[in-house]
Design a protein around this ligand. Structure first.
Ligand SMILES: C[S@@+](CC[C@H](N)C(=O)[O-])C[C@H]1O[C@@H](n2cnc3c(N)ncnc32)[C@H](O)[C@@H]1O
Length: 391
């Protein structure tokens, strides 16, 4: 998210005057007037003190698509947020202005794609200040994977009666309210797969990030008297306490289960260890289902994971899915982040379909009691299911 808000004192007086004129013009003047001010160099990123609104927020309130376009072409920042964390996109949503919202979302996708193209190969350092900072949370141990992996975790039961894991700063690492979403993920990844049908040999599954083990329990319980249990179930997990929890619960002793201890990066980004990873699949052909849900990682890490999928996903029927939680405190940013993921998956040869799932549970106050920061603000979850494109 952008935090470009600049102190008035840092702007030369003539620029400050242009900035104020632009804010006023965006509220009531004709498009031509806004255009003139932009051409004269008025800073389109400027946000006022009272609401934290930029000219883009004001134009969104007027439902004037042409003015939105002028401002965005003139460098307005699509994801700058006001004092309440709302982008101009949320202003459009609140007024039911789909056209305006799409203009802002499309600019978000365009600018993020451009940013990634210019940044070159995925690298966690390539975020710039105007581009999305898509971390599951922010700062503290939730903002840095290596810090998180050294931090002390606590397992407890929240006010909603559901189990959860918190990190040392009180950030929710995994929370029980997510279980219905995990159920949907597993259902969509297993139901139609040929290796999960009665009489078949069972699926090969890779799950990255154990957490509370919800998704792993669900993968294990897909079997019925007529349905096979997974043939191989490989879990990659990096946190020492979670690894201990896995052993305490005897998960590592379940038939077909294999635990790879370490970060997924250690296994999947090292060509010499890929063979070890693929041992879980017949003929080393890749997994039937891959799910990834880590913590304290950002979009760049997810993108780096996407890039290894062609090497580890079974090409014919393999299904990939991931916890789609980045940017979920804001509807416009969530939409842009999901579209970005779809485009980057397409780049590596995967087609994505999205399933909309309602999640009223997450909005209940008691779910978040004792948690430092609420990481989910939306009533809906966009669940991705991706498969290799047919040649
Ligand atoms: C949100 S939880 C996963 C929840 C899980 N899907 C469930 O159903 O309970 C994230 C897990 O990812 C692990 N993790 C974080 N970063 C990782 C990394 N780079 N490689 C492997 N595991 C990681 C954390 O230790 C944690 O156990």
């Amino acid at each position: 998210m952008s935090d470009i808000k600049m102190d008035e004192a840092h702007l030369p007086t003539d620029l400050l005057e242009l900035a104020h004129r632009l804010l006023i013009a965006a509220q009531a003047a004709p498009a031509s007037e806004v255009q003139k001010l932009v051409e004269a160099g008025a800073p389109t990123w400027y946000q006022d003190d009272s609401l934290g609104w930029s000219a883009l927020h004001y134009a969104a309130e007027r439902k004037e698509p042409q003015i939105l376009e002028i401002l965005l072409k003139g460098g307005a920042i699509w994801n700058s947020v006001d004092k309440w964390g709302r982008t101009a996109g949320e202003v459009c949503i609140s007024l039911g202005d789909e056209e305006g919202w799409e203009i802002i979302r499309n600019e978000g996708i365009r600018s993020e794609m451009l940013h990634h193209a210019l940044a070159g190969p995925s690298s966690p350092q390539s975020d710039s200040s105007t581009n999305m900072k898509l971390k599951a949370e922010d700062k503290t141990s939730a903002g840095d994977n290596l810090t998180f992996l050294k931090s002390k975790l606590t397992w407890d039961v929240g006010k909603d009666g559901k189990e959860r894991v918190l990190d040392a700063d009180g950030n929710g690492v995994m929370m029980g309210w997510e279980e219905p979403l995990m159920v949907e993920h597993v259902k969509l990844m297993t139901h139609d797969h040929p290796n999960a049908q009665p009489g078949a040999e069972g699926m090969t599954i890779m799950n990255v990030g154990f957490g509370l083990g919800i998704v792993d329990r669900l993968f294990q319980s897909t079997q019925s008297p007529s349905h096979p249990k997974p043939l191989n179930h490989t879990i990659i997990e990096a946190h020492p306490q979670v690894l201990q929890y896995i052993k305490d619960k005897g998960v590592d002793k379940l038939p077909g289960v294999r635990i790879l201890e370490g970060r997924w990066q250690d296994f999947l980004l090292d060509p010499e260890r890929l063979g070890e990873v693929l041992q879980g699949t017949p003929g080393g052909m890749g997994y039937d289902a891959i799910f990834v849900d880590t913590f304290a990682e950002g979009y760049e890490d997810l993108k780096a994971f996407f890039e290894v999928l062609p090497d580890i996903l079974e090409p014919e029927n393999g299904i990939f899915s991931f916890w789609n939680g980045l940017g979920a405190t804001n509807a416009t940013i969530y939409a842009v982040s999901s579209s970005l993921a779809e485009l980057h998956l397409e780049d590596v040869g995967l087609d994505t379909t999205w399933h909309d799932v309602l999640i009223p549970e997450s909005l209940r106050e008691e779910v978040w009691k004792g948690v430092r920061r609420r990481y989910w603000e939306l009533p809906g979850y966009k669940l991705p299911i991706a498969k290799m494109k047919l040649m």
